[in-house]
Design a protein around this ligand. Sequence first.
Ligand SMILES: NC(=O)c1ccc[n+]([C@@H]2O[C@H](COP(=O)([O-])OP(=O)(O)OC[C@H]3O[C@@H](n4cnc5c(N)ncnc54)[C@H](O)[C@@H]3O)[C@@H](O)[C@H]2O)c1
Ligand SMILES: [Zn+2]
Ligand SMILES: [Zn+2]
Length: 371
Amino acid sequence: MKAGKYVGPKLVQVAEIEKPIIAEGEALLKVSYGGICGTDMMIYAGQHPRAQSSLTMGHEFSGVIEEIKGMSSFKKGDRVVVEPTISCGECRPCQSGNSHVCESLKLIGIDVDGGFSEYAKVPINRLHKVPDELPLNLAALTEPVAVAVHSVRRSTLKVGESVAILGAGPIGLLIGLIAQLNGAKDIYVSDISPFRLGIAEQMGFRAIHAKETNVVDEIRARNNNEFIDVVFEVAGSQQTVDQMIPLIKTQGQIVVVSVFKNKPALSLADMHFRELSITTTRCYTSDDFRTAVELMASAKVDFSTLISHEFHIDDIDKGFSVMKNTEESLKVLITKQVKGDLNEFIFARRKSGSSHRSNSWHWSCLGLGIS
Ligand SMILES: NC(=O)c1ccc[n+]([C@@H]2O[C@H](COP(=O)([O-])OP(=O)(O)OC[C@H]3O[C@@H](n4cnc5c(N)ncnc54)[C@H](O)[C@@H]3O)[C@@H](O)[C@H]2O)c1
Ligand SMILES: [Zn+2]
Ligand SMILES: [Zn+2]
């Protein structure tokens, strides 16, 4: 079978390898779609502390069960999405119901082979059923949606409150969508990429150009000169760390979602004078993951707006190149089923002013069946 391998810094190659053999308690999936995310880009850049060559990347993926070994409610043919965390079950956090912060947490697609391949083996207890109404390309977004669900659940956000999201990548925009569902009143989203800010606007957020404006002054001015109730830092830059403190209300909460590549400087004294708190977030619990599947299946929100490209697995290196450019990409999916740059649909929608792309519209435009 084909597998997209990280073979060294800036090198992703398609290799022909043996189909995995499953053990008791595992399922073999025929992979449908896998999403490239910021962590994959870190692996690709050779900067990930754990990922080693020649790893089959991909921790955001959906598929169909081809074979299963062990007692389970799952069966061959079920459509599923993978919760990629693997915890030890023995450390203190695991024993106290917090296996998502297991002291030796591993991820499928980072520590062990993942889903940028035709088939993948996965422990049965890491599978979630995908409801019939949820297309498998959207189901591949469940993992980042779960990150957003977890981040908003970790926040103190209440109905009617204002939110600032610094960074309009997939995670920042998804946090915006989940905050919107939770009754946030005004949602300000900053980025340096006009392309991503355009999508933020389509989603109903107030876009702030971080290169063209003073982000703090602009957001405060648009917010009736009030501070913001909850700030999410989702860009991982010194600039956004500098902005999060003067934006937040006294005694307010900053949620740091980013994984910083370098240590940022932070003025704890400024935080002290106004009794600010910082909350961090890691991954998601299984309940966050289930909620993410349910929210996506309920179609209350159009998550398809996130998908900018779908590349055939043979073109996985192109997928990584495109993903590097935030001026043209948001979420790139790898698949065996279709090829395509979906940006034309995003731009067409932007021009027509329509903020909603229904799944059926999307799929009929592409001339594809829903798989
Ligand atoms: N907490 C978790 O478990 C978890 C899970 C997934 C991702 N993450 C982290 O969340 C962060 C965001 O993830 P992503 O996939 O959306 O990444 P991304 O790189 O696609 O998005 C980051 C965005 O920040 C923007 N940005 C850069 N500098 C900026 C600035 N000065 N002002 C405003 N925007 C700026 C970039 O243009 C980009 O659009 C990353 O640090 C990632 O590692 C954390
Ligand atoms: Zn990810
Ligand atoms: Zn553990």
